[in-house]
Design a protein around this ligand. Structure first.
Ligand code: SF4
Ligand code: SF4
Length: 122
């Protein structure tokens, strides 16, 4: 008899998902079975607003580091270091919890327009 959950995948390694994969190669319901797999996906791709750190205001309390749901704040030697923009989804929690307002949120579109304008000036 075929077990109902045969394709549940315990103990099975999944392949990395590629754009050219057909539906038969993808696991049932798109389940992923390896821990830590989020590291291999650039989940920051769909961000529409970007956190920007202001080093003059930061007191390195690392409250933002504790609250970031995507582990996208990198701390080095107990101090704020940088954002991991490949995984930051732009939720703005870090900016909301920062006690000294050292993180500002900017529109990605606006930042792109400003970069483009700067390039055109040069
Ligand atoms: S919460 Fe604000 S002050 Fe604290 S480390 Fe993060 S950016 Fe710096
Ligand atoms: S915007 Fe959200 S995901 Fe990005 S660093 Fe801040 S808390 Fe983390």
């Amino acid at each position: 008899m075929t077990p109902f959950n045969r394709n549940f995948g315990q103990g099975k390694r999944t392949k990395a998902v590629r754009p050219d994969m057909n539906w038969e190669e993808i696991t049932k319901a798109g389940n992923v079975y390896e821990p830590g797999n989020a590291n291999t996906y650039e989940t920051g791709d769909w961000r529409t607003i970007r956190p920007v750190w202001n080093k003059d205001r930061c007191i390195h309390c690392l409250i933002c580091w504790r609250y970031c749901p995507d582990a996208s704040i990198i701390a080095t030697d107990g101090k704020f270091d940088s954002f991991d923009y490949k995984h930051c989804k732009g939720c703005g929690i870090c900016a909301n919890v920062c006690p000294v307002h050292a993180i500002d949120m900017f529109s990605e579109d606006e930042m792109d327009r400003q970069k483009e304008a700067k390039r055109n000036e040069e």
